[in-house]
Design a protein around this ligand. Structure first.
Ligand SMILES: [Zn+2]
Length: 854
């Protein structure tokens, strides 16, 4: 689907910042809506207790922080992480929650202020959505003094910084009164609403109940709730956020602001349990999942508690008496759908793109919950409201079941998490499932795990070995943001017999969250033969797809501790060669490099390119220095012969028929893509004269559907040297319809995806300095290449499939996956790979940029 962002942004701005006097919607029946409807509106902020606790934050850097214009509150309430001022937002009568009898986004501030009346509650703004709506975290616990909170934080940090010491303290009773963090995330899919409503109901109890059982829980836990992870989607009834991203596929990439905001809270709390509440699956679905289970989890530790916690949640759901929320067994008993127990495959935890799976790398027993009844579509009002009522009750029941399990097993869960982290610092391999209950209940191969021997370290070299200093810094900062420890050499050193220069980064894998480091930096594994069906993608790798050189060091080698120092932040500083130069060169091998070129082009700097694709910048030292510093890119010296035969480059006016993820990736690079369709050309809305290049990966722009006038204009545009970049089967279809490159394409399985080893043509301006790996999804490869078509990149002839799931992969070995040529006067490039997939494989972006600039 094509997304026209500027239009959406304008509408959003109108919605968000419209007149404050907008009519107030008649609220739905308060009784069915939980605490929100009963809360007072328009209450003065100054009447509320504000707590701000500097120095009370988690071990990592603070959450992305507040950029709202709300005044910072200074008064302190003891025992609260932070209490932000929660201001009203404009009422939106079109909020999709309203006809569902659920809480609209504009009623959430009042509900949160109502909760803030309790000294057990703190509410924080932890970030903003794409359209600028605040994301809220509510934390509930019995009041703590500042000193108590500080102690709490120290014991919290100790779990990760020194699990051995934490285990000793646990044995000595020091954690007896430590409150374990439990985490609930809601509404990440905007059109799966009820987790938010259920959480506000539960929070009402946690805030105000005098029930001894609840008071006891508040003394044992710190409960953290994300009210909605996707407010834009909640209002608009969309699964995705406003950038078109399914954010429950983004946690390992974190390309979206909503994901980064919640990730920071998972890092901050390293919760013992984590629920991510979704809909809609019959019978109510409660994870743990089917296999294949991710290699880097301590799955034996996970499943022991995940399965019992799921059974506790199932009991709570059945206890609601809502018969539409469960299924009947053959013996007449009722059950929910627990995939580990009830299915054989197809609902796996393999990729940590999902929120709960990502949370597992922070030591959480993570669960996706799917409430049962879809309230969308053509239903009577009564039936729609009945469904959301049941779903809300079910979501609340799972939260209660989870909290009860965590209360009854508080110390066992903590001991389990410390053991998880201890194995990391001790460098132990993962272990098979040994829990008799899990073994007895598992269906199919669900009980199987693949035992993982972790690398000793990963090295990201500096100096002459280094592929891209910019990409290396980007990767290291990403790891730090994920709560991982990275060191850097201040002097040259040796590791595993290899000499490395000062500046080299080293990831010592003996750390608490090494599973996350392994899943980010390792390549993964080919699981084609393990299972027939996978729920989503089967491969990802920042180490292999983000553009930095990453080397794995195995064996029991000793790290040179004296040469290494911990890194707290990483950013490439960029550089300019000394002395006055007539020209500077820039080799684009990172996203920042693409951004730097687009910045120069947008500023009107006259650039040109050498035959090998190096950008040449005239010797204006001020501009070059500014760009080097701003983007962290390295300019090189260019000799007069090198700049003799260069081709001028101008700003690329880019049209796209692409998916939302690709449009986002192109914007990340600094392009300003405009969505195009054949209809828009035919009706005169768009003109070919306004474009230099088209990126096509959907059928929205069909050259055969152009009218005679526009077809002639298109052919003239091609003849004048236009640029076409096609991706996937739709890109190839566009190529054929426009009569461009003479190639034959074949398709891999539509559900196939993974990381492939490729061979690049060193003379190609598109792939000449490309990575030796690429990413494919629904792979396309070229089985015949006609005269005049260059093969820029092909799959390796042997062992090309490094990781993922691709049944029938053998047929593709050695075939071309990126081709280019001049056709009808135009520069045409076709990608059978997925270089922009969900904004993940950043290291492949330079290939697309090079093709667009060609
Ligand atoms: Zn969902």
């Amino acid at each position: 689907m094509a997304v026209r962002r500027p239009l959406i942004a304008l509408i959003a701005a109108a919605l968000l910042f419209g007149p404050a006097s907008a009519a107030v919607a008649a609220p739905p029946d308060p009784a069915e809506r939980g605490p929100a409807a009963a809360s007072p509106r328009g209450q003065s902020d100054t009447e509320l207790p504000f707590g701000v606790g500097p120095g009370q934050r988690g071990r990592s850097a603070d959450a992305p922080g507040r950029q709202s214009s709300q005044p910072a509150a200074t008064a302190k309430l003891p025992g609260k992480p932070r209490n932000d001022v929660i201001a009203d937002v404009p009422v939106e009568l079109t909020d999709a929650s309203i006809p569902l009898n659920l809480i609209p986004y504009h009623d959430i501030p009042a509900a949160l202020r109502n909760l803030q009346r309790s000294n057990r509650i703190s509410v924080e703004v932890i970030g903003q959505s794409v359209l600028g709506r605040d994301l809220h975290l509510v934390v509930a616990t019995a009041p703590m003094s500042d000193a108590q909170w500080k102690t709490w934080q120290q014991l919290s940090d100790l779990r990760i910084n020194d699990p051995h010491a934490a285990q000793a303290k646990l044995a000595a009773g020091a954690y007896a009164n430590w409150r374990t963090p439990l985490f609930v995330n809601n509404n990440i899919h905007g059109n799966e609403w009820e987790g938010t409503d259920a959480s506000l109901q539960i929070l009402q109890d946690l805030a105000f109940s005098t029930d001894p059982a609840i008071v006891d829980m508040l003394n044992k836990h710190v409960f953290a709730f994300v009210v909605t992870n996707n407010p834009d989607g909640r209002v608009a009834a969309t699964r995705a956020n406003a950038n078109g991203f399914d954010m429950n596929r983004d946690y390992i990439t974190a390309s979206q602001p909503e994901v980064r905001a919640v990730r920071a809270q998972l890092v901050r709390y390293s919760p013992l349990t984590m629920l991510d509440i979704h809909g809609y699956v019959n019978c109510t679905l409660i994870e743990p999942t089917t296999g294949p289970h991710g290699d880097n989890y301590e799955y034996d530790l996970y499943i022991k508690h995940a399965l019992r916690n799921a059974l506790s949640m199932e009991r709570a759901v059945l206890a609601t008496g809502e018969t539409r929320a469960s299924c009947t067994n053959s013996d007449g008993t009722r059950r929910n759908d627990i995939p580990f127990r009830d299915r054989t495959q197809g609902w796996d935890d393999w990729p940590p793109i999902f929120t709960p799976m990502y949370a597992m790398y922070h030591g959480a027993i993570g669960h996706t919950i799917e409430v049962p009844l879809n309230p969308r579509g053509n239903l009577t009002v009564a039936e729609r409201h009945e469904r959301t009522r049941i779903n809300t009750a079910v979501a609340a029941a799972t939260i209660r079941g989870n909290f009860e399990y965590a209360t009854q097993n508080r110390e066992a869960l903590l001991a389990n998490q410390l053991e998880w982290f201890r194995r990391g610092v001790d460098g132990e391999s993962t272990r098979p499932i040994d829990d008799p209950l899990a073994i007895s209940l598992a269906r199919g191969d669900n009980v199987k795990t693949h035992l993982q021997d972790f690398a000793r370290a990963y090295v990201i070299p500096a100096g002459k070995d280094q592929r891209s200093a910019t990409a290396a810094a980007r990767l290291v900062q990403f790891m730090l943001d994920n709560d991982l420890e990275v060191q850097r050499a201040w002097r040259p050193f040796k590791l595993g017999g290899t000499h490395y220069e000062a500046g080299t980064y080293v990831v010592d894998m003996r750390q608490a969250k090494r599973g996350l480091a392994s899943t980010l930096l390792g390549v993964g594994r080919d699981v084609t033969n393990d299972f027939n069906a996978m729920y989503d993608i089967s491969a990802w790798s920042h180490g292999h797809l983000w553009g930095a050189t990453v080397q794995q060091v195995n064996g029991n080698v000793k790290l040179d501790d004296k040469a290494l120092r911990p890194v707290t932040e990483a950013h490439a500083t960029g550089s300019v060669p000394p002395g006055k130069q007539s020209h500077y060169g820039l080799v684009v091998d990172s996203v920042a490099g693409i951004q730097a070129v687009n910045k120069l082009l947008n500023d009107g700097v006259r650039l040109s390119r050498t035959a090998d694709g190096t950008f040449v910048v005239p010797g204006d030292l001020t501009v070059v220095r500014q760009v080097a510093e701003a983007y962290g890119v390295e300019f090189i010296r260019m000799t007069p012969p090198q700049v003799r035969n260069t081709t001028p480059v101008s700003k690329t006016r880019l049209g796209v028929a692409a998916n939302g993820g690709e449009i986002f990736a192109l914007q990340q690079m600094g392009f300003q893509p405009i969505s195009v369709t054949h209809t828009a050309f035919n009706n005169g809305t768009l003109s070919f004269a306004d474009f230099d290049a088209f990126f096509v990966s959907t059928t929205a722009f069909n050259p055969l559907s152009l009218n005679a006038t526009q077809a002639a204009a298109f052919n003239q545009w091609l003849a004048d040297g236009g640029t076409i970049v096609g991706r996937g089967s739709s890109g190839k279809q566009f190529n054929d319809r426009a009569g461009l490159l003479d190639v034959t394409i074949a398709a891999g399985r539509s559900d196939a995806n993974g990381i492939v080893k490729v061979v690049n043509d060193p003379a190609s301006p598109i792939t000449g300095n490309a990575l030796p790996t690429a990413f494919v999804d629904a792979p396309q490869y070229f089985t015949r290449v006609g005269d005049g078509v260059r093969v820029d990149q092909r799959l390796a002839a042997e062992g090309f499939f490094l990781a993922g799931h691709w049944g029938g992969q053998e047929a593709a070995a050695g075939h071309a996956v990126v081709v280019s040529g001049v056709a009808k006067g135009a520069n045409v490039t076709l990608f059978g790979t997925e270089p922009l997939f969900r904004a993940h494989p950043e290291g492949l972006y330079p290939q697309v940029a090079a093709a667009l600039w060609w």
